[in-house]
Design a protein around this ligand. Structure first.
Ligand SMILES: [Zn+2]
Length: 139
């Protein structure tokens, strides 16, 4: 397998998504949920820091506040995609190689909401492959 080639698999039917058969999408509803979760997390963090700061425990806020879940980029055939409204669509034909993913990443960096999505994880999974778990490293 050429590491520069990206292999996309439909999350609905588990078959390969190639050429013009599908796309990678992030949906409006998921983005709105991620944005709301981010806002709630920021407010909770601010309140926690206000309580913990006099105790000199500012850093502890991040230890008990779980980070908000990001909106997921989903790989789907066009025929398998839900009818939900996508916020952003990248045709599979534009994500055929690691170079294509780099170009898409550069374009996405201009989007103010990109940090509320799991694009970093998508790139890692499709360009670098599975990351070994710490227990496997220790063997
Ligand atoms: Zn499919």
């Amino acid at each position: 397998m050429n590491p520069a080639t990206i292999h996309l698999t439909c999350e609905q039917c588990s078959r390969p998504v190639t050429g013009t058969t599908g796309a990678v999408r992030v949906y409006d509803d998921d983005l709105a949920s991620a944005e709301a979760a981010h806002t709630a997390h920021a407010a909770a963090r601010e309140a926690a820091v206000a309580i913990l700061s006099p105790l000199r425990l500012d850093g502890a806020a991040d230890e008990f506040l779980r980070p908000p879940a990001p909106a997921r980029w989903q790989v789907e055939h066009d025929r398998c995609a839900p009818t939900a409204s996508p916020a952003y669509v990248i045709p599979a034909s534009h994500l055929g190689s690691t170079r294509d993913v780099l170009a898409a990443s550069i374009a996405l960096m201009a989007e103010p909401w990109i940090g509320r999505t799991d694009w970093t994880e998508f790139v890692r999974r499709h360009c670098l492959g599975p990351v070994p778990s710490p227990t496997e490293d220790e063997k």
